[in-house]
Design a protein around this ligand. Structure first.
Ligand SMILES: Nc1ncnc2c1ncn2[C@@H]1O[C@H](COP(=O)(O)OP(=O)(O)O)[C@@H](O)[C@H]1O
Ligand SMILES: O=C(O)C1=C[C@@H](OP(=O)(O)O)[C@@H](O)[C@H](O)C1
Ligand SMILES: [Mg+2]
Length: 158
């Protein structure tokens, strides 16, 4: 969360002349409610069910740049679909930056806690091995502005 998947994915798609799809936005569009309300009504488990079904569908599309949510790697099924059907870019980002980039946003239920830094630290510890296992490309988002990160991805894809 806060690595830049949504923002950088959208710009990358533009440069590559591909359609951009954000899994969370699609879930919101289909359900007609936002992610925090889905978590409130159905819990994280309900959200993960919707996310898995959505990722199965979206990874079946051709010629798209797909931004997932940060927890997409948690299910083996999702990892398999991403790995087999696409090129996976891991936007590697340290906790200080994740915290800074998510600070003002109330749209991430998992970070609505007294200590978002501790939450981000734990989530990154749990997830980073999965991100690294899955990634075809690893791009550090620390140094670059958004355009810089997009350019780095383009160079590494070439
Ligand atoms: N490389 C970057 N440098 C500075 N700010 C960034 C960078 N990438 C993303 N941001 C900002 O961080 C915030 C979170 O980005 P977002 O794309 O929503 O992340 P994600 O989808 O991975 O959670 C947005 O306000 C975005 O503009
Ligand atoms: O990391 C996570 O578990 C989540 C990340 C969010 O997406 P972003 O990574 O785009 O913030 C969204 O899918 C949901 O709030 C859960
Ligand atoms: Mg996002």
């Amino acid at each position: 969360m806060g690595a830049g998947k949504t923002t950088i994915g959208r710009q990358l798609a533009q440069v590559l002349d591909k359609e951009f799809i954000d899994s969370d936005h699609e879930i919101e569009a289909r359900t007609g409610v936002n992610i925090p309300l889905i978590f409130e009504l159905e819990g994280e488990a309900g959200f993960r069910e919707r996310e898995a079904a959505m990722l199965d569908e979206l990874t079946g599309r051709e010629n798209v740049v797909l931004a997932t949510g940060g927890g997409a790697v948690l299910r083996e099924e999702n990892r398999r679909h991403l790995k087999q059907r696409g090129t996976v870019v891991y936007l590697q980002t340290d906790v200080t930056q994740l915290l800074e980039r998510t600070r003002k946003d109330k749209n991430r239920p998992l970070l609505q806690t007294d200590d978002p830094q501790a939450r981000l630290t734990r989530l990154l510890q749990e997830r980073e091995p999965l991100y690294l296992e899955l990634a075809d490309l690893v791009v550090n988002t620390g140094q670059g502005n958004i355009r810089g990160v997009v350019d780095t991805i383009l160079e590494k894809l070439a």
